[in-house]
Design a protein around this ligand. Structure first.
Ligand code: ADP
Ligand code: MG
Length: 343
């Protein structure tokens, strides 16, 4: 048993600028395990960006094209637990022997080995043996190897023998494609404007995006209602409010509108009245400062303005802070409202 999840395959792993190198290196390894220079292959990136999916896709590909090979997927946590157990039962040699039989070893989240010296020693031994025999090693980590604290230098230096490739947060187009693909494979109709709305709004990671989709599908069947923009906004509220630890965009817009005594709608409208323009620019400035929304996403939430408008607004506000004492004082007053909400 390889411990692989059969649904993690290349066919449903959307390619984008955010994952191109890692994906194509992974694909090369999947076709020629152990014989490319990508050995070990180390994939790193933040939570929910697709590390586990990608490395399991490699494993599944090898399993179906070269069924004689012994592919093993193991989380580092499980590796540590198994090792600790083998120490207790005095069966470390069995533990080692089992791993030495593997042709393709996929070990997920190696940051978890940090500080576990005995386990690292065992892993070092297994790594050397497998690598020398031309077996493929694939690893993931939540940060680049140079930032892995608590891992032995000799182990880290081996991680660099092959290829290290990162996964970035998915860009807008990739998010669109991921939503399309997921809904398609679930056989669910989703209007284009809803896909766009979701792709603009959820720009942190793929797992969160999937969470929103699940909630959207659930609400649609619960309310016996086709998926539309209103439903999407609702689904987003349920998910985002729970996970958002920062000040959110709505709160910033409301607070700034109130402070400047303009309506919330006017921030998103076309009007170029001076006091409204100022309020809008200030709200964009705080959105940039206090949320993780991209410039594109911020623009979208201010009446569909483009990202260069957001850049201009942020710049204008920064300049005013430097040159206008009264303005600076207002910004500081507003800042306090956001800071107290933040902590
Ligand atoms: P990580 O291991 O980096 O935390 P996962 O591999 O568990 O992330 O991915 C989180 C979820 O997002 C999974 O359900 C996965 O299928 C999905 N996912 C991530 N990247 C992609 C992608 N490029 N295409 C399709 N689905 C993706
Ligand atoms: Mg993972």
């Amino acid at each position: 048993n390889s411990q692989l999840n059969p649904s993690y395959v290349f066919e449903n792993y959307i390619e984008g600028d955010c994952n191109r190198l890692a994906r194509s290196a992974g694909y090369a390894v999947a076709n020629k395990p152990g014989t490319t220079s990508f050995n070990p292959l180390m994939v790193y990136g933040g939570v929910g960006l697709g590390k586990t999916h990608l490395v399991q896709a490699i494993g599944n590909h090898i399993k179906s094209h070269a069924p004689e090979k012994f592919v093993l997927y193991v989380s580092s946590e499980k590796f540590v637990n198994q090792f600790v157990e083998s120490v207790k039962t005095n069966s470390m040699q069995d533990f080692a022997n089992f791993y030495l039989l593997v042709d393709i070893l996929i070990i997920d989240d190696v940051q978890f080995l940090s500080g576990k010296e005995k386990t690292q020693e065992m892993f070092f031994h297994i790594f050397n043996h497998l690598h020398q025999s031309g077996k493929q090693i694939i690893m993931t980590s939540d940060c680049p190897p140079r930032d892995l604290k608590g891992l032995e230098e000799r182990l880290l230096s081996r991680f660099k023998w092959g290829l290290t490739a990162d996964l970035q947060s998915p860009d807008f187009e990739t998010r669109m494609a991921i939503i399309q693909k997921k809904m398609q494979s679930d056989g669910i109709d989703i209007p284009e404007n809803v896909i766009e709305y979701l792709a603009y709004s959820v720009d942190t990671n793929v797992r969160e995006l999937e969470g929103v989709l699940i909630s959207l599908i659930a609400q649609s069947s619960l309310n016996r209602k086709e998926i539309d923009l209103e439903l999407a906004k609702n689904a987003l509220k349920h998910i985002i409010e729970d996970v958002e630890t920062e000040v959110n965009l709505d709160f910033i817009q409301k607070t700034v509108a109130e402070y400047f005594n303009v309506t919330l709608d006017s921030l998103k409208a076309k009007t170029r009245k001076k006091e409204i323009v100022t309020a809008r620019q200030v709200a964009m400035y705080f959105a940039k400062e206090y949320t993780s929304h991209s410039l594109k996403s911020i623009g979208y939430h201010f009446g569909g303005r483009d990202h260069s408008t957001v850049i201009h607004s942020v710049q204008t506000v920064s300049d005013l802070i430097d040159t206008d004492k009264k303005f600076k004082a207002s910004i500081q007053e507003l800042q306090k409202k956001f800071k107290s909400k933040n902590s």
